[in-house]
Design a protein around this ligand. Structure first.
Ligand code: FES
Length: 367
């Protein structure tokens, strides 16, 4: 389509410019400012006659030369370095404040430790203007984003629905900040592509000035993913070790005389819970009350499904992850949990054997 000359003139008088990755890259390199001041004679500007020896340009039509490309790239790396260090700090905060990561999902915690370390090392390298950190930084941030966002899909592994777990995770400001910073690192990296590509084409005596290729990116991405995967696998081995509650279950269960029964009423002591799994893999506590009645509760906290333990001094169930407290009838005494513990329905036979028959209010941690 032919655009009338008077429209082009009007458009440029108004200073309207197309927004693109190249513009942002130009902003990082302050090339736009130079362009605005330029009278047509500055080096590397598209208003000047093109210099075939230079050969680079941003997508908004600006030519790049060695100096502008290097300066722009240095600024890009400074911004990336700061974002990576902030991302690392957000990860450390998350690891330090969310006990459920260590008690419920050790493999995720170890994976996050590796992401934090990668961010830290790459951040320092970027701030030191190490050109080799450019693509690995984008790869690490992209991987971190994918793994963090993909975390919600592991909810069934912890007996939660995906939507419930997503609400919990995205409700953590440090988790959101971590995701936001990782996206920002990727965007800044992509915005600086014209500078990186220019430097990748330039050759120094020792070779290309910057290693910029899809293969390098993929290699960094796969390498980092392998590292995080290895850490998560090591964390899983630790996770598979018997938990304290399983030990409780084994040591304090008082089975009934009939197969399938979890206790016998006549053997229970008032106010002292015994533990049993129902359904298999879901821990519960059975307590005989002073009036002889029985209360059976799931001890998976209704906040994020960590396992509660019984505090005999206060006669409450306490969640070690974020400190929720439930009384002996399962009611919430202190949050962040808002829902009471689910109740296990029971049947008692004529010999006093107790059988679980169902869960009356399953909540987020039961099927
Ligand atoms: S899992 Fe958060 S308080 Fe229990």
């Amino acid at each position: 389509m032919v655009v009338p000359q008077r429209l082009i003139t009007k458009r440029s008088r108004l200073g309207i410019r197309r927004l693109s990755a190249g513009n942002i890259g130009g902003f990082i390199g302050s090339h736009s400012r130079e362009h605005a001041r330029c009278s047509g004679n500055c080096e590397g500007c598209s208003r000047a006659a093109p210099n075939p020896a230079v050969g680079g340009s941003t997508s908004n039509g600006h030519s790049l030369n060695k100096e502008t490309a290097r300066r722009g790239f240095r600024r890009l790396q400074s911004v990336t370095g700061v974002l990576l260090l902030l991302s690392s700090a957000a990860g450390i905060y998350l690891l330090a404040t969310d006990a459920s990561l260590w008690l419920l999902a050790v493999s995720h915690a170890v994976g996050l430790v590796i992401i934090v370390l990668l961010d830290l090392v790459l951040g320092l390298y970027s701030l030191a203007s190490a050109k080799s950190a450019y693509l690995p930084s984008i790869a690490a941030a992209f991987l971190g984003f994918v793994l963090q966002a993909g975390d919600v899909l592991t909810a069934p592994q912890y007996n939660m629905t995906v939507s419930y777990f997503a609400r919990y995770l995205f409700g953590l400001w440090s988790f959101d900040l971590l995701l936001g910073l990782q996206i920002a690192i990727v965007l800044v990296g992509v915005a600086g592509r014209p500078h990186a590509k220019y430097l990748a084409r330039r050759k120094t005596r020792r070779g290309r000035e910057l290693d910029y290729s899809r293969r390098t990116f993929v290699k960094a991405f796969v390498g980092f993913a392998g590292l995080v995967g290895l850490g998560a696998a090591i964390g899983s081995v630790k996770f598979a070790l018997p938990s304290s509650a399983s030990t409780q279950t084994a040591s304090s269960s008082q089975g009934g005389t009939v197969q399938g029964s979890v206790a016998n009423v006549n053997k229970l002591q008032v106010g002292t819970p015994v533990y049993f799994d129902y359904p298999s893999g879901y821990p519960n506590a059975l307590t005989k009350n002073a009036d002889g009645s029985l209360t059976a509760l799931s001890i998976l906290c209704t906040h994020v499904c960590c396992e509660c333990s019984f505090d005999s001094a206060a006669n409450v169930f306490y969640c070690p992850c974020h400190g929720s407290v439930f009384d002996m009838s399962g009611r919430v005494v202190r949050g962040p949990a808002v829902a009471d513990l689910p109740t296990v329905q029971l049947r008692v036979d004529s010999s006093g054997n107790v059988f679980p028959t169902g869960i009356s209010n399953p909540g987020p941690c039961h099927p």
